[in-house]
Ligand binder design. Sequence first.
Ligand code: NAD
Length: 339
Amino acid sequence: MSIPCTLIPGDGIGPDITDATVRILEAAGAPFAWDRQLAGMAAVHACHNPMPDATLDSIKRTRLALKGPLETPVGEGFRSVNVALRKTFDLYANVRPAQVILPGGRFEKVDIVLVRENTEGLYAGLEHYIKIGEDEKAAAESIALITRLGSERVIRYAFEYAVAHGRKKVTLVHKANILKYSQGLFRSIGQGVAKEYEGRVAYDERIVDACAMQLVIKPEQFDVIVTTNLFGDILSDLVSGLVGGLGLAPGANIGKHAAIFEAVHGTAPDIAGQGIANPSALTLAACLMLEHVGEAAVGQRIRAAVVTTLREAKSVTRDLGGSATTGQFADAVIAKLRA
Ligand code: NAD
């Protein structure tokens, strides 16, 4: 039985890492029937629209997508397609697991799952300029929207994730000492949800600035972290840096009606078109997708093959100190799957 899945190769290094990932998935017998679609700059070039209807219709139908990174113009230009996809499909939980894969780094035991609220906060898109006198852009305002519904569902997701994955603790990260209303609401909802899980999952809290410092000094103390949109965006890149960088960090965007899986990194314009990008993060995201569709065993096999290939360090890409191309890395993983 094949599982329909929308495949968006994306921009920059996206097509290279997507090809490598699809080859690895097919070699492992992952049961996906791909529906290839465009988004981002690739779609602007093809049909002058960064988020074509055909792509949205495909995800509505499959409710599942594997997505390469998409380019977002800085400042002017179209709004982030990534943010738009999360809002369109109400993908409220961004789940980013970070585990040490390569020994010999600064930390040996980091194993953190960061759950970021994905639809509200400062990314709600509620922004405007304020005119003062003749100056149309004398000031600008961005509203950090926090709702009870949005907070409760993502915090509950973090606790349910902890229960399902045998995790011990959820840490809620906030800035309620300064943002007493918005962050205070998120925090108080967290305290309420935590009570329901007492005895099963421990709960604690950190102020975001202190949390950033503690993550750098003693990351082993964290297990599952749940936080609002902007803090989650920043802290999840920090956490991926603790475990070997963006090239190894997968992410899942989960909603009630759809889920989109991707690498945490972007389009890597500095190495695009050279065939040297590391596809591991997208391949590990595909492993999360396999778990999501009930094919966890296939995902574990692929993950083990990726981890072994990375640890052997014979066929790794330049970001990890090797000289393999994206394709050669994929070949090495496939050889492990067939061994
Ligand atoms: P980036 O993640 O693309 O690159 C940061 C650095 O990491 C670069 O030096 C790059 O070469 C390196 N890198 C990233 N992924 C790599 C990989 N797989 N293998 C080897 N090296 C890798 O971040 P950026 O430069 O800030 O962003 C570039 C573009 O990507 C922007 O348009 C941004 O909006 C977009 N972006 C998209 C997503 C997404 O689609 N989810 C996420 C982040 C950034």
